[in-house]
Design a protein around this ligand. Structure first.
Ligand code: SF4
Length: 284
């Protein structure tokens, strides 16, 4: 049972308050465990009660994450985490809305939604567990796979096409908070997710989340990551952010960009009653 805050009489929330009884079916050592831990730590740190938060996801290993939390969840269809999350936020603006999933889900079948979610700038946070592979369907190349990755039987000579660049795409399309994290330290990742949730508008956190089953070489990410995109403070100017990305090797961690474009506000609700709206669509 949670302790009680002496000043507010509200329960003091802990990360464990956000973890459901459902045991994750991820492979032991999968990076997604760390992301789950970071999300629960972030929500606890921000003091957001479970009934005031939602996680929407698509399909894939990482998209199972809503079931592993105690917040509201919507495990939707492939590539559709962002439209679902947008709809939830517009209908229930008081909720803290997260969308979560993998690189295949978000940047391939969901790529169109990703671009338009960035430009629409609804206030929500998109956490992409990027392992550059389709893990759930046994290791095909994904949009972020390197062109010379030859371990998949489906692409024995490598995909041969340039990898999708999520941060460049997000910056081009209008995302207002763009960051990259790594799964090695859930506390550091939780801090990044806290910043993303606090920032008004559409926030992207790309998390380098190793798939130890189909990309075991990703264990070496810990030797490649480095901090800050070369700068201790995030860029607030898009040109500066693009310049930093031109020097990015894909392993810079931290907040790349913080913008200040207005958050999307839905049009006022129509004044017609539900009965009047129904009458307009009635078949004569
Ligand atoms: Fe994680 Fe890869 Fe296993 Fe999927 S297949 S649970 S991404 S380690």
């Amino acid at each position: 049972m949670s302790a009680i805050d002496a000043d507010t009489a509200a329960p003091v929330l802990k990360a464990s308050d956000y973890k459901s009884d459902v045991k994750p079916v991820w492979c032991p050592g999968c990076g997604d465990f760390s992301v789950l831990s970071a999300i629960t730590k972030a929500l606890a740190e921000l003091g957001i009660p479970p009934h005031e938060a939602v996680v929407a996801s698509g399909i894939g290993c990482s998209s199972r994450i809503p079931a592993y939390t105690t917040v509201y969840g919507f495990h939707s269809v492939h590539g559709r985490a962002l439209p679902v999350a947008s709809g939830i936020k517009l209908a229930r603006p008081e909720l803290t809305v997260l969308a979560a999933g993998g690189d295949g889900d978000g940047f391939s079948i969901g790529g169109n939604h990703f671009i338009h979610a960035c430009r629409r700038n609804v206030d929500m946070t998109y956490i992409v567990m990027d392992n550059a592979v389709y893990g759930m369907t046994k290791g095909q190349a994904s949009p972020t796979t390197e062109p010379d990755w030859t371990a998949s039987k489906l692409t024995p000579d490598g995909p041969g096409i340039s990898a999708f660049q999520p941060l460049e795409m997000a910056l081009s399309a209008g995302a207002q908070f763009i960051a990259r994290g790594f799964t090695a330290n859930p506390n550091t990742l939780a801090h990044l997710i806290c910043q993303a949730i606090r920032h008004p508008g559409f926030s992207l956190v790309q998390v380098l989340s190793p798939c130890i089953t189909y990309r075991p070489e990703q264990r070496a990410y810990k030797n490649r990551v480095h901090q800050h995109f070369g700068h201790p403070e995030p860029a607030t100017d898009r040109r500066e952010a693009f310049a930093r990305l031109m020097d990015d090797d894909g392993f810079s961690l931290g907040v790349l960009y913080k913008g200040s474009q207005p958050v999307y506000q839905p049009a006022p609700a129509p004044s017609a009653t539900p009965e009047e709206v129904a009458a307009q669509f009635a078949i004569c």
